[in-house]
Write a protein that binds this ligand. Sequence first.
Ligand code: PHE
Length: 454
Amino acid sequence: MKEDRGHFASKLGVVLASAGSAVGLGNIWRFPTETGKNGGAAFILIYLIFVLFLALPVMVSEFVVGRHSRANTVEAYRKLAPGTPWFVVGIIGVLSGFLVLSFYSVVAGWTLDYTFLSITGALSGSHDFGEVFNCFVTHPYRPLLFLLMFLFITHVIVARGVESGIEKFSKMMMPLLLFIIILLVVLSVTMPGAGEGLTFLLQPDFGKVTPKVVFSAMGQAFFSLSVGIGCLVTYSSYFNKQTRLVSSAMNVCLIDTMVAILAGFIIFPTVFSVGVHPDAGPGLVFVTLPNVFNMAFKDAMWLGDIFSILFYLLLLLAAITSSISMHEISTAYIREHFHVSRRRATWIVTACCIVLGVCCSLSFGPWRDVLIFGMGFFDLFDFLTAKFFMPLGGIGICLFVGWKMKKQDVYDELSNWGLHSVPLYGVLMFFIRFVAPACITLVFLNELLGIGGS
Ligand code: PHE
């Protein structure tokens, strides 16, 4: 008997699941890191412009392709443009799904470990947290255990299916996530000396804007909104006919941006409050923050512990709602293409990601010297997806909707078959056809040629 493809049951489920995909390590770990490295408020302003003018049109395009085809991201192109090579855009997405999930799970595994460490109190008191982090990531099997645990959690949710797995989990977790974030913001901005962090976040210094800052902001918008690799094509294939695509995309962008900015409000006031430099890089979350929590709450250790448990829990939940969406790209494809059950498809994807994830994890420790094109597995997968496949896929999706699909089909999707008008339809199509592909090409060339450095 043919299994039902599944669908999201409610409007809220649609927005929360898509926002769950977008909100992840990209917002809470990468955004503050990039903001710190790129000078603060001016970077954020440019990022916001790119979210609105670049990522939003790509997201709408993905939604159009997904719902119109009601198929996984490869089949979608096959259905809508039979006999043409457009399906390659989908293949890029499926491949990227595997690769992103593999290296993402490594960082998510660290997060899981830090959640445990903070619950057991191992992060309280003063330690050399750089050393703690280094020992952990280079340990021969400890990070592997957490990687496996994380992938297993993702697996269980995806195996339960679209409505009772993905939608239910996202609906429960996203409000909890928002609640934890707000609590942390309140704690953070009321710390002594937090003002400097707020200035850093809110007062743009345009003197700091270099081409590299502009390109980094564009790349961040891309990664953070999960656009370009068919993730949202897959999710939108589960949308119902009533879902309004443009307003859903706007809501997702709004939630994602809000979370990123709030993450900035959690991290920078505390970082400045204890005199740590904001451009500490990727270690900001795993090395600097445990320090920050301890120093900031010297006289009330328990408060520091609570702060740190909540923070890593938040990071973990956000990572799970994103990882299930990466998993689903490939699961949906394998299930529908090879006509296997969801359970089996889920196992195939998880098994492949375990193998690839183990390679990524070991590239920090025993396999440090195993290099392909001069990069370890982790860096290679990160490079191939974020800097190569995602921009390439984004260009493909925009060109497909802007130039290949029938105009009437696109309009029907956007207007819910004429049920309502589409405000700024002409402008939106202009962005999908011209502006977004051109901008993405710039990011792509920048990343590929390393013009602005990375
Ligand atoms: N947007 C997610 C984040 O911010 C990452 C992601 C990329 C999710 C690609 C799905 C697909 O963490």
